[in-house]
Design a protein around this ligand. Sequence first.
Ligand code: HEC
Ligand code: HEC
Length: 229
Amino acid sequence: MRSRRRTTGLAAATALAVVAVLAAGARPAGAQAPDAAPSAPRALYVDACASCHGADGRGNPRIDAPVLAGLSAAYLERQIDGFRRGYRGRHPADIEGREMRPMVEGFTDADLAAVGAWLASLPAPRPAADPAATGAEASRGDPARGQTLYAACAVCHGQSGEGNDALGAPRLAGQASWYTARQLRKFVDGVRGSHPDDTSGASMRASVADLASRDAADIVAWIETLPAN
Ligand code: HEC
Ligand code: HEC
């Protein structure tokens, strides 16, 4: 009898404690406060990203920042998430990725979606009209030879480099050539796409595992000729 009353008392105390916690507004870790102000996408971008990626998302070769305008929301959000969670931009040899990663470390899911949607609404730049985005590294290849080799890439990235969200493959047309060349090297060397959580990166990495550097330069020279729109 006595022990049963004690148990009942304990259960009641536990129930009271639960009520108190609920009343204090405790939420599961990681949940958004229901009254949190929605992120203002443009303001967030201007404050946190534009200094490197440019107000119009066209990048800046002097600080290794790629073009973001023209990329799909799905791709952008996955990359930002990758930097945030650390499966991109953590490899010791990934100098530029390690520069980028801290910029989104504190991003909430709402920030991520807001900036992704904002960037995806910007028009893709035309490389020819944007010579500052084209590095010397790019133009050394042979575009005619690159066109033939690009057939292996078109399967995922599209005939005109327009990208394919269903396969996770980003738009390549309109991107700065110095950046494209550098990312190819990173995939070949395993500096990008080798983290166990990076499944999309792994599929890209497998596609270029034995790409010779001369072939890469020719392919980049071909991609450079693709119209951005
Ligand atoms: C200090 C400069 C700097 C700032 C500020 C910065 N970035 Fe970056 N970002 C970079 C660099 C450098 C890279 C290239 C990383 C690489 O080479 O892998 C990059 C790459 C990216 C990529 C990958 C693009 C692709 O094609 O895969 C995304 C997406 C991105 N940044 C989004 C953002 C967002 C969103 C912000 C603002 C919250 C931001 N960046 C702020 C320097 C910066
Ligand atoms: C099996 C499909 C597939 C094939 C084939 C493929 N890619 Fe990719 N590629 C991807 C995926 C998926 C990603 C995105 C990886 C990620 O999420 O980080 C990607 C990313 C890239 C990027 C990074 C772009 C950026 O904005 O950072 C470049 C550059 C690239 N691919 C070039 C190529 C080239 C050149 C070829 C041919 C030699 C090629 N890819 C073949 C699927 C593929």
